[in-house]
Design a protein around this ligand. Structure first.
Ligand code: SF4
Ligand code: SF4
Length: 211
């Protein structure tokens, strides 16, 4: 999956989201500078993160590496590797860590907004933004539900997979850490897609990890 595929995927996803918002008469309350959702457990694919990094200058990349290093240290000391599960409840579990995405800037905006990963694009609410920030209200928040969008998104990833190629998905911070700092930090959220001829191999990593 190359940079053009990523751009195309994001463009298609934005189009599908617009239609879903219209079809649901969803009155979106998200706005610039509202960033509680940037401490949610957000998963990204490696090609998306590589694309983001390819757009950064050397100085920006060095500054981001420092932030990612700090994020990783907090994530590991909070027991993040074994706390994230492959279940839908994982998002609420992750919120307890109170860790903002390393790509969030000091002004409370996404530093890579135009190129943010699919999962960030899908995060959209019509409820009171306060309910995003408050873990007690969070389960009741009115998030946009667009049936079929995830399936379409995954289809795109699969279609872009060449023979012998692998695409991995994991927490944004984790993929950033692996790309910028090196090393391997496979969480239970990791998903691997591998094309072997006409066979698509899918590997989930929701098993115990050694820290
Ligand atoms: S999802 Fe919630 S926290 Fe994120 S921008 Fe929208 S209202 Fe704000
Ligand atoms: S990539 Fe941007 S939008 Fe997504 S969680 Fe990080 S800061 Fe927020």
């Amino acid at each position: 999956m190359n940079a053009l595929d990523v751009i195309d995927l994001h463009k298609n996803l934005d189009g599908m989201l617009k239609l879903a918002v219209r079809a649901n008469k969803f009155d979106v309350t998200c706005s610039k500078g509202c960033f509680a959702c940037c401490k949610e457990l957000a998963i990204a694919s490696r090609p998306e993160i590589r694309f983001i990094l390819s757009q950064l200058s050397g100085t920006a990349k060095a500054a981001l590496s420092l932030k990612v290093e700090q994020w990783l240290a907090k994530f590991l000391s909070a027991g993040g590797m074994n706390s994230l599960t492959g279940t839908p409840e994982r998002a609420l579990e992750y919120l307890k860590f109170n860790l903002y995405c390393p790509l969030l800037n000091d002004q409370g905006c996404c530093s890579v907004y135009e190129h943010r990963p699919c999962e960030c694009r899908l995060f959209c609410t019509a409820g009171d933004p306060k309910a995003c920030a408050d873990p007690a209200l969070r389960p009741e928040q009115m998030f946009l539900v667009a049936p079929g969008i995830h399936r379409e998104m995954m289809k795109y990833f699969v279609n872009c997979l060449g023979d012998g190629e692998t695409t991995e998905f994991d927490h944004i911070g984790i993929i950033l850490a692996e790309e910028l700092l090196g090393g391997s930090y496979v969480t239970k959220c990791r998903l691997r897609l591998h094309r072997n001829g006409s066979t698509l191999e899918i590997q989930r990593c929701d098993v115990e990890n050694d820290e």
